[in-house]
Design a protein around this ligand. Structure first.
Ligand SMILES: [Ca+2]
Ligand SMILES: [Ca+2]
Length: 479
């Protein structure tokens, strides 16, 4: 039984009071979309984070962000469980907490932007080991520490010195066993989230993507750091090796295999840097890590998303309640004109810096390009090449309405205008070898305005779809 001592910041304990404090980042098991981040102003310099954009509203599946903690409770009694949390704003201010044998509760309050203690549930606990679970409810939240106090006690201000290290929830492990705590987390991203409307979907955890629920925007020449956090749940040091499986079109900057040593009950980090090349096909690419400790092999991973690169024209007024069929000049006058009339303005095809165009999750964020506007439409054009003819699946996602033409033929439309929800449409298409024009239309009612187009393989050998670099795109002589 682990002796439980008061953290010094708690002051002198009153008779009969109990305090157990531990770091949120030392989860015994942690699954995406939960990530470990290095953060200032928090205990241990690290916290568990659900990044803004990393999978709101996916908690109902249960597999989209959990953190498990096995901790000893020294005495039976009624307790209050507090979390030291930081919420982004009123749309990112809660997390789910499951106490041992209790019911799931929502931990929330209305203090934004600062680390502070938030009271969660109030379970009755018997003396002994108990498992607590955090679960994703929404993104844009971070948890630094847990504090379990006798009912009615108030936490101090600021951090508390931890007095417990979470143990192993699945019983004693064999010597030299590293317990995987979290999958790869991207660190260096090609974009900063905007202040208000962020893209909030990571495609996490649905369908066949469940094995690799994270998502990282992969643009040619933009290096990506992939961080792997490993938690040693045992009471002896552990040694192992992590290997990154190579992907064509992805250059690895260091060795494909790295050794890892983790002190008992500690957290270790292994980092790989990859650089996408033009040869990386458009679409999703699972990145797989093999973690070997002794004879044990574990797998972890994330997904890279190679998006298309676009030229944009707009915005055009798209009157309230209009359907997506209301057409604007790039649709009526052709996609190869140099300029179009948009109300009293003239607009032409424009490119924007990549860091402005893409969210860290690979979506095109039109709010960043055209502002927080209402009832507008814009068009985007690009070209793709295919080396062998064949079928593949076009995947189209958008908020609010979005339509795609390939070589002038209407191919897919996602036109349900739902607030704060991405529409998704898939269409089987046949692409002949050679170059193809892609035109996209996106309509905005309000709030989020974003889209995502990719090509997914079908069974068998699909044609790989490559983007044509913007500098090499040929749109004829401008009129
Ligand atoms: Ca911490
Ligand atoms: Ca919208």
């Amino acid at each position: 039984m682990l002796a439980v001592l008061m953290g010094t910041a708690l002051g002198a304990p009153r008779t009969g009071t109990v305090a157990v404090c531990f770091e949120a980042e030392l989860a015994n098991r942690l699954e995406p979309v939960m990530e470990i981040h290095e953060e200032g102003r928090c205990s241990g310099g690290r916290a568990v984070v659900i990044r803004q954009g990393a999978g709101a509203g996916q908690s109902s599946t249960g597999a989209n962000g959990t953190a498990l903690y096995s901790v000893p409770i020294p005495a039976s009694g009624r307790y209050d469980v507090w979390l030291r949390a930081r919420w982004l704003d009123e749309c990112s201010n809660s997390i789910l907490l499951l106490p041992p044998g209790g019911t799931l509760c929502t931990v929330t309050d209305h203090t934004f932007g600062n680390w502070h203690w938030v009271r969660g549930c109030a379970p009755h606990l018997e003396a002994g080991n108990h498992t607590f679970m955090l679960r994703n409810r929404e993104d844009g939240v971070a948890v630094d520490q847990f504090l379990i106090l006798s009912a009615g006690q108030k936490p101090p201000r600021g951090v508390v010195r931890p007095n417990v290290v979470p143990g192993n929830p699945s019983g004693p492990q064999k010597h030299n066993s590293l317990a995987l705590a979290v999958t790869a987390v991207p660190r260096k991203l090609p974009g900063k989230p905007p202040r208000r409307y962020d893209v909030r979907h990571s495609l996490g955890g649905t369908g066949d993507g469940a094995a690799y629920p994270a998502m990282v925007c992969a643009l040619p020449g933009v290096a990506i750091d992939l961080d792997l956090w490993l938690r040693n749940n045992t009471s002896t040091p552990a040694h192992g090796a992590v290997r990154l499986r190579q992907i064509a079109g992805l250059r690895l900057k260091k060795s494909e295999s790295q050794d890892v040593t983790a002190a008992e009950h500690s957290l270790s980090q292994v980092s790989f840097t990859v650089v996408p090349e033009e040869e990386l096909p458009i679409g999703e690419h699972p990145v797989r890590f093999h973690i070997r400790t002794g004879r044990k092999l574990r797998r972890a991973g994330t997904r890279l998303i190679r998006p298309l690169e676009w030229q944009f024209a707009g915005p055009f007024d798209h009157p309230a309640k209009s359907t997506i069929d209301v057409a604007h000049p790039p649709e009526t006058d052709g996609v190869r004109r140099k300029t179009y009339t948009a109300g009293k303005k003239t607009v032409g095809w424009k490119t924007y810096p990549r860091h402005k165009t893409y969210s860290p999750f690979g979506f095109v964020d039109l709010v960043r390009l055209f502002g927080d506007v209402r009832w507008k439409a814009c068009y985007a054009r690009t070209q793709i090449t295919v080396r062998e003819s064949g079928d593949c699946q076009l995947v189209l996602m958008g908020d609010d309405m979005v339509r795609v033409w390939i070589d002038g033929v209407r191919t897919a439309t996602a036109d349900a205008a739902l607030p704060a929800t991405l529409n998704r449409r898939m269409a089987r298409i046949t692409l002949t070898a050679g170059k193809h024009d892609v035109l996209l239309k996106s309509c905005q009612a309000r709030n989020y305005w974003e889209f995502f187009v990719t090509f997914a393989p079908l069974a068998g050998r699909p044609p790989a779809v490559f983007g044509v670099p913007l500098a090499n795109q040929d749109w004829g002589s401008p009129k």
